[in-house]
Design a protein around this ligand. Sequence first.
Ligand code: TXA
Ligand code: MG
Length: 344
Amino acid sequence: METKIFQGELERELEQAAELLRKGEVVAFPTETVYGLGGNAYDETAVRKIYEAKGRPSDNPLIAHIYDRKQLNEFTEGYSSVAEKLMDAFWPGPLTLILERKAGILPDCVTAGLETVAVRMPNHPIAKRLLMMAGVPIVAPSANLSGKPSPTTADHVIHDLSGRVAGIVRGGSCMVGVESTVVDVSGEKPVILRPGAVTREQMEELLGMEVAVASGNVADTETPQAPGMKYKHYAPEAPVYICTGTMEEIAEKIQSRLMGEHVGNIGVMVSRQTKAMLRGLDEKLSVDLGDREDISEITHNLFAALRYFDELGVDIIYTEEFSSAELGAALMNRLNKAAGNQRI
Ligand code: TXA
Ligand code: MG
């Protein structure tokens, strides 16, 4: 299939992308978190094309993207006051809410048969405009091949999905760099199913109540709360090791491995500060993730770094542990998944 590339800032090209969506085709587009692969939520054939293009297991449900809260009446059973407070504070933004779904409206493949549906209102000028032009809720998982890191640039999407989708809208690199926070607000108490840029601390302060975090370790046989959690995610081809301790200890651990006996190429993916402490680095094999004190910069750069090492074909990757507070929870969640929790 020929994949059309659209310039998202050009109204005329965006209108063509929206036309493809209305016709039941799938089109990738930028959001503030990561690029999404969109299709008309009401069109079962379009939704199936998304699963097929990504190679995504069909029991992993999708997020419906909207531009106006009024759209919720079409396909959900409404929402609690907790959900409303979260929408008031964080929509449009990197927050996905799990709401009770209205029966018989969305095709079952959107929600993988669940009674709930995930909804998000993205905060990106191109996404907002495209959703408005499409006029229907657009389901969109991250626009990567299943099992790859989510794409944070149009080039990442082109790499994974060129020839497999009808269109890709270009829109620069995604500001946040990791996927939205997913919060289940369909029950009595809010539960974070996936950490993201809207943090637990922010939500607790807003709501004046404790917000629980679901455990990420779900056995394949259980029915997980966020079905996506059971799949291997974000793992590059090479094994990743997270070095822990003080900055000196981290640098020492990486340095000894760089100088020790080894076969193959060692990739190093660390903060600017840690990089400055290492000697004899091969520039091509080392990625500066940014300022260790600026977790948003590190988070923004993470997935591109993982993809870079896949392209290079390194044999092993060393990285460092960052703070798990606030946005750090999302960063370390993705890093732990990339590493399969391997620590040194
Ligand atoms: O930032 C994002 O959320 C991006 C952009 C494109 O919006 N989208 C994204 O979609 O990350 P995806 O499909 O890669 O991740 C959706 C997550 C999965 O872990 C899925 O299992 C969970 O949300 N999810 C979807 N519907 C659910 C539901 N009804 N109940 C529980 N979890 C659900
Ligand atoms: Mg994904």
